[in-house]
Design a protein around this ligand. Structure first.
Ligand code: AMP
Length: 424
């Protein structure tokens, strides 16, 4: 679990803001669910023979309740959807969320025990058009973050019946090869054989090399859905690969499944940025009506590693520098006026020496320093130092306000600074 220090937060906030914007452009609304849910919710939703449920959940007992820190967002979203009977109010629901998830995994680069996911769910739309729109939206979003080598991989898992037929066929194929499987996969053969397809172990890869593909087992409805998804992705000019071996670690998936990878040089080939798919049976499995659904989750820390955007520039625009105690009051007043125009400013309320305040200005990478010394106090003026233009001028404070706002407004048009009102 990591601390995110203020030096790093600018990159986080930029991705979070871009995500919120993308989602609102596509008609999703934000939902916030608790970080803690009943353990049984995750066991029922994710499946008891999955890595997440078997070994990664932070579960605890509290006064007779079995609780778990959420390892993913879909189970809680479905619980909230049902608890508030949202299906009775709207036919199609598009929700997004962002926040921390918890899994007791072995930490490594891009894999942490508390990590943040940007996710979304669509309830009530069973068509492949909504799958395609979701995937294309994500590709656009990753492009906006300047993530290189974006690669979409899709598959269809069919419905629960097809999955069960395929599971039998896979076990029949693997049983004679059992001795050559990794110990983990030997165990999986009895509990969750589909996961063997996902194994990175060379022994398992050899054993599944000529196993039957799932597409032979899916029914015509799912085949038709998958065909349309491909056609829509083509229409959206979103490139993709079909990988019949793609399975994901959570049991609730049915039909469409996808992963988006990228930045292989930085993250390694196996590292997924986004994982998602349909879970058409989950709402009913959790006690609700039959509502089809699809969702995804992207790992924010991985997006940060993968993104090639340069870090945002300074978070502070101006430093008000009162030299000595008598200047602190007028300095506070001047800083207040600047902030009313949206100028992000810091003031040294200790009245330190000019040298130390200029050092602070450099550290903050501010553009403007407003110095209030004895002379400026006497005639109500201020020294305006522009660290970018390398100029310094003494002027009346009203005029200084205009100059600072003008210069920073011009500079902020392309930057991450908040929108400002017009000059005073
Ligand atoms: P999942 O919920 O397992 O389908 O994962 C969706 C995405 O969340 C992955 O593609 C990763 O980007 C991210 N993710 C999952 N587990 C972790 C973790 N332990 N640390 C960081 N990111 C993770």
């Amino acid at each position: 679990m990591n601390d995110v220090l203020p030096e790093e937060i600018g990159c986080w906030q930029r991705i979070e803001r871009a995500y919120a914007r993308t989602m609102s452009l596509h008609g999703y609304r934000e939902v916030r669910t608790p970080f803690v849910e009943e353990t049984s919710l995750f066991v029922r939703a994710i499946g008891d023979a999955t890595d997440v449920v078997e070994k990664e959940m932070y579960s605890f007992e509290h006064r007779g309740d079995d609780l778990t820190l959420r390892p993913e967002g879909t189970a809680g979203a479905v619980r909230a959807y049902l608890e508030h009977s949202v299906q009775g109010r709207e036919a199609v629901t598009r929700w997004w969320y962002a926040g921390p998830m918890f899994r007791a995994e072995k930490p490594q680069r891009g894999r942490y025990r508390q990590f943040s996911q940007l996710g979304a769910e669509i309830f009530g739309d069973e068509g492949p058009g909504c799958d395609a729109e979701m995937i294309a939206m994500l590709v656009e979003f990753l492009r906006e973050l300047a993530i290189p080598e974006i690669q979409v991989v899709i598959n269809s898992l069919g419905g629960p019946q097809a999955r069960s037929r395929y599971r039998d066929a896979l076990v029949t194929h693997l049983r004679p090869r059992e001795a050559s499987l990794s110990p983990e996969s030997q165990r999986r053969l009895a509990t969750n054989p589909l996961r063997i397809l996902d194994s990175k172990d060379e022994r398992d890869r050899n054993a599944v090399g000529d196993a039957p593909g799932i597409h032979e087992f899916i029914d015509t409805g799912d085949r038709d859905h998958f065909g349309k998804l491909r056609a829509y992705l083509d229409a959206l000019e979103t490139p993709y690969l079909v990988d019949e071996r793609l399975v994901r670690g959570l049991d609730y998936y049915t039909s469409t499944l996808f992963e988006i990878r990228g930045a292989h040089a930085k993250l390694g080939a196996g590292s997924t940025l986004v994982g998602g798919g349909r879970y058409d049976a989950l709402v009913a499995d959790l006690g609700g009506p039959a509502v089809p659904a699809i969702g995804f989750a992207a790992g924010l820390e991985r997006l940060l590693i993968a993104s090639e955007l340069s870090p945002p520039t300074s978070a502070t625009d101006a430093l008000v520098a009162p030299l000595g105690e008598p200047a602190i009051g007028p300095g506070l007043a001047l800083a207040g006026r600047l902030r009313r125009y949206g100028i992000r400013c810091e003031i040294d309320t200790r009245g330190s020496s000019l040298k130390s305040q200029l050092r602070r200005a450099n550290q903050l990478a501010v553009r403007m320093v407003l110095i209030l010394g004895e002379n400026e106090l006497a005639d109500g003026s201020v020294q305006v130092k522009d660290l970018e233009a390398h100029t310094q001028e003494r002027m009346a404070r009203d005029q200084a306000l205009r100059v600072v706002v003008d210069r920073l407004m011009a500079a902020s048009r392309s930057a991450d600074a908040p929108t400002r009102q017009g000059p005073p």
